[in-house]
Write a protein that binds this ligand. Structure first.
Ligand SMILES: C[S@@+](CC[C@H](N)C(=O)[O-])C[C@H]1O[C@@H](n2cnc3c(N)ncnc32)[C@H](O)[C@@H]1O
Length: 242
């Protein structure tokens, strides 16, 4: 009999099956994400601010691993006067359902689809690719393939704006930063058991790389202008302009 682990109200995973963004996770996601991604609302604001330099009438943007469509909601609120098209993709049907409900006012220009971001074909001349904390679920081969497709799809001057979780260059910092992250979760009212169970369940789901490895993947794909815009311990936001 497999054990059920509890991460927060209604958020579960079954031991041995790993972390799944299933119905339980999706329903509690908006609360859970703020308990487990440091500065989540600030990151959303930074992404919207950076977008001022890129979004214009006719722009096509993608959001890879869009979850419940929070980035879409913020973009359409901030850029209500710009006529752009947003495509959000996620592997979880439940997340997509919630994203559509949350963005129901804008569904003409805000298209959510169920899809594996490793298998997508992107339109030509897209303007921005967003991705908040979805790349940690990809391995190095998947990352390089995806970054190449993104580079090819972007128009000249377009940008990839993403947030990632990294490994420290020095193991002593890895230890300190991970503990600081656990403290953040405890301060945000997750229990010790929830923190431990979550980190156990994602063991086989996440692949983390060092900052310079990520920059190298981006360079291999063709990006030359790469800059971090956010850092909190081992969480990092990058912008890479074509
Ligand atoms: C940490 S959440 C992303 C949070 C979201 N970007 C936000 O800003 O609220 C990771 C999401 O990536 C999705 N995901 C993971 N691997 C995926 C893949 N290969 N293709 C599409 N979505 C994926 C998960 O279903 C989950 O919704």
């Amino acid at each position: 009999m497999k054990n059920k682990n509890y991460f927060g109200r209604g958020i579960t995973s079954i031991e041995g099956t790993g972390w799944k963004f299933n119905k339980n996770v999706s329903n509690q996601f908006d609360k859970h994400v703020r308990q487990s991604i440091p500065h989540y609302d600030d990151i959303q604001k930074y992404i919207c601010s950076l977008s001022e330099w890129f979004l214009k009438d006719g722009s096509i943007v993608y959001d890879l691993g869009c979850s419940t469509g929070e980035t879409a909601k913020n973009l359409f609120k901030k850029f209500s006067k710009i006529d752009f098209k947003y495509y959000g993709y996620d592997l979880s049907n439940e997340m997509i359902k919630i994203a559509k409900k949350k963005n129901k006012k804008n569904l003409k220009n805000c298209i959510f689809n169920l899809g594996d971001i490793n298998k997508l074909k992107f339109k030509k001349n897209s303007r921005v690719f967003y991705s908040i904390l979805t790349f940690p679920f990809l391995n190095s081969i998947q990352r390089i393939q995806l970054y190449k497709k993104i580079f090819k799809s972007l128009d000249h001057g377009g940008a990839m704006i993403f947030v990632d979780k990294i490994r420290s260059k020095n193991s002593c910092y890895e230890d300190i930063f991970n503990q600081a992250y656990f403290d953040f979760k405890i301060d945000n009212k997750l229990t010790h058991a929830q923190v431990l169970n979550k980190s156990k369940s994602i063991r086989n789901a996440m692949q983390l790389f060092e900052e310079n490895e990520i920059e190298n993947f981006l360079k291999l794909a063709g990006f030359k202008k790469i800059e971090p815009f956010f850092r909190w311990f081992n969480f990092i936001g990058f912008i890479a302009i074509k």
